[in-house]
Each structure stands twice: as structure tokens, then as C-alpha cells.
Design a protein around this ligand. Structure first.
Ligand code: UDP
Length: 340
């Protein structure tokens, strides 16, 4: 009999590759579909098959399912840049909503009954209360958030109609890298705070801007709930175990339930790097939410999930170690290319 396999879409991307690593290390059979638009095939552990293509390509999906005994799907593939979604809403509705629709269509046809979906705290928009519980109103402020919320609703309806079980995971601010620096966030031109801070700490940027220091928060800057990508990858494993144990479909916030300000976060990078870099106070960034912190009671209650890296300095240190490695590799590659 063929073994039971987990299909991971977007498995070569940032969060996807950490989850594939966690699954592979736990002895799971995994196959990945990724179009490599932002992912890297080199970030997949040895022996994990990669199908290069669109996660919404039904012919490709049928081919993968014909070759592998797919038991569950973890769906990461999608576009994730909020300002890009403002400029290109139709692209976001295609990549995030239509892709999921096709994937679910094939899952239903082939009787694949477990689905884990990557959603986002952006579905909440500007929350009335923090920490934000899952039952808070959903009022996304961008096509990115709307495309994720639409997919959540579709998944809920599909599950009700066809008896699928799902877990929707709403990610807060994902950061850090594999503690052994095997993989991490490698996107060029990333806009995320910790990535920018470690780029500054490695001398790849002259300075970091703090967008807004006049918010009514203790130090005037925005507050975020950062979750280590490895802990988040383990939350996916726990969600899979929960579904395999017959857990009911649910939606879970993924954060630690604790907020750090932008200035505290930059300070943590300064401390762990021992390098100083220029920090410039800048105007507020349009569309930013002041405070975003997860109410984590539901995930802690439902899943067998024990975060291991719930510490800002640890997250900063792992992000920095990865950035150092990436910088050396890119620098080396450049020298190699020039001398060749
Ligand atoms: N931020 C900043 N400087 C930067 C990048 C981000 O001050 O170079 C702030 C941003 O304004 C927000 C917080 O850091 O208040 C987190 O932003 P990020 O883009 O990392 O994630 P978001 O919460 O927007 O998804």
C-alpha cells in the first residue's frame, strides 16, 4: 500500500518551506507544488518531490494525486504583499481566491478530506479590541485581506457541503528563521520590519525608517505580535494531528498573544547583533494598524502546540544568523560569477 502523503502548496516559500522541513523531520511523506515565483527549490529537504507549477492548475493537481496517495492538503501558495494587492486586486483575487477554488474543486473530486489554510490577521482590519479573538468582526482593509477572507468563507462552505475538515490559521507577524539557519526569508525587496532590521544590521541598508512615532502607544510606535516561523510550522503539524484525531473544523489565531513595539523590535536586533545602524523616524505608513495582538486562547486550548521560541531576542537572533548566511552566500555567488 502506498503511504499517506501530505500535499503542500507553496512549500518552497518562507513559511511553507519551514513547515515542509518540520513535516519531513517528523517522518511524514510530503509532496510540494510551487511555481517558484517567490520560493526556492533548494529550500526543500532532500527526497521531497517538487512539482513546479500553479497550485490552481487542475491538470497538474490531478497528475500529482494520481502519483501520490494524498491524504491532506496544506495550502500556502499565494501572494502576500499588501500594497501590491492595492495596485493589482485582480491578480490577488486570482492567486489567492481562484487558485484555492480550483484546489478545493480537485480535493472534493478526489475525496481529500483534510485541508489546512494559510490566512492572516489582515482579515480583522482595524480591531475594536486587542488581543483580537477569532470571533472579532472581519473587516479587511486590502484586497490581500479580502482575498484571504473570501477563501476562508469558501472553505467553510465547501466543508459544510462535502464533509471536509479544515483548520484555517490566521497568522500574525511571522518572523525569524530556522534555528540552524538552513532556511529563512530570502525575498529580495521584502518590506517586513524584522527583515529590514537585519538587512540594516548586516550593512545591506544604510538605515531603517520607523513609520510613525506619534501613535497613542507607550513609545509612540506600532505594536505587533511576532511569531517565530518554526513555531508556526509546528502549529501546522499540530493542526494536522488535530484533524487526524477527528477535530472539528476551526479557525485559529497564530501568534504568542504578546505585543512588541516597532522600536523595541529594532532595539532587539541592535542588541543581538551588537551592531548599530541608523534609525530614522518617519511619517506613519498609510494603512498601518496601530496595535495587532492575537488572543491565543483557542489555539492553545485546541491544539497540542508548545511554542519554543516565544522570545523577541531569539527571533531576532535567528533572523540575523540567517541574514548573515544569505549575505555571505550571495556575496560568494557574486564573486564566483565575476571570476568565472
Ligand atoms: N515598519 C517600520 N519600518 C519598516 C517596516 C515596517 O516602521 O521599515 C513598521 C510598520 O509600519 C508596522 C510594523 O513595522 O507598524 C510591522 O510592519 P510589517 O510590514 O512588518 O508587517 P504588517 O504588520 O504590516 O503586516
Amino acid at each position: 500500500m502506498r503511504s499517506m502523503t501530505v500535499l503542500v502548496t507553496g512549500g518552497a516559500g518562507y513559511i511553507g518551506s519551514h513547515t515542509v522541513l518540520a513535516l519531513a523531520e517528523a517522518g511524514e511523506d510530503v509532496v510540494v507544488i510551487d511555481d517558484l515565483s517567490t520560493g526556492f527549490s533548494a529550500y526543500l529537504p532532500e527526497g521531497v518531490p517538487l512539482f513546479i507549477g500553479d497550485a490552481g492548475d487542475e491538470n497538474l493537481l490531478e497528475g500529482v494525486i494520481a502519483q501520490h496517495n494524498i491524504e491532506s492538503i496544506i495550502h500556502f501558495a499565494g501572494s502576500v504583499v499588501v500594497p501590491d494587492s492595492m495596485r493589482d486586486p485582480l491578480g490577488y483575487y486570482r492567486n489567492n481566491f481562484m487558485t484555492a477554488r480550483n484546489l478545493l474543486n480537485v480535493a472534493v473530486k478526489r475525496g481529500i478530506g483534510r485541508f489546512i489554510f494559510s490566512s492572516t490577521a489582515a482579515v480583522y482590519g482595524d480591531p475594536d479590541q486587542v488581543p483580537v479573538p477569532e470571533h472579532a468582526p472581519t473587516r479587511p482593509l486590502s484586497p490581500y485581506g479580502s482575498s484571504k477572507l473570501m477563501t476562508e468563507i469558501m472553505l467553510h462552505d465547501v466543508a459544510a457541503a462535502y464533509g471536509m475538515q479544515y483548520v484555517t490559521l490566521r497568522y500574525f507577524n511571522v518572523a525569524g528563521a530556522d534555528p540552524q539557519a538552513r532556511i529563512g526569508l530570502a525575498t529580495v525587496g521584502a518590506t517586513h520590519l524584522l527583515k529590514i532590521a537585519v538587512e540594516a544590521a548586516t550593512g545591506q541598508r544604510a538605515k531603517i525608517d520607523v513609520f510613525g512615532t506619534d501613535y497613542p502607544t507607550p513609545d509612540g510606535s506600532c505594536i505587533r505580535d511576532f511569531i517565530h516561523v518554526t513555531d508556526l510550522s509546528q502549529a501546522h503539524r499540530s493542526a494536522l494531528a488535530y484533524l487526524r484525531n477527528g477535530g472539528a473544523s476551526t479557525t485559529l489565531n497564530c501568534g504568542y498573544g504578546r505585543g512588541y513595539s516597532v522600536l523595541e523590535t529594532i532595539d532587539a536586533v541592535r542588541r543581538v547583533s551588537g551592531r548599530s545602524f541608523a534609525v530614522q523616524y518617519a511619517p506613519r505608513r498609510p494603512g498601518d494598524i496601530m496595535t495587532m495582538v492575537a488572543d491565543t486562547s483557542r489555539i492553545r486550548g485546541l491544539l497540542d502546540w508548545k511554542p519554543q521560541y516565544d522570545d523577541l531576542e531569539t527571533i531576532a537572533a535567528h533572523a540575523l544568523a540567517w541574514e548573515d548566511k544569505l549575505y555571505r552566500e550571495r556575496h560568494g555567488e557574486l564573486r564566483h560569477a565575476v571570476s568565472a
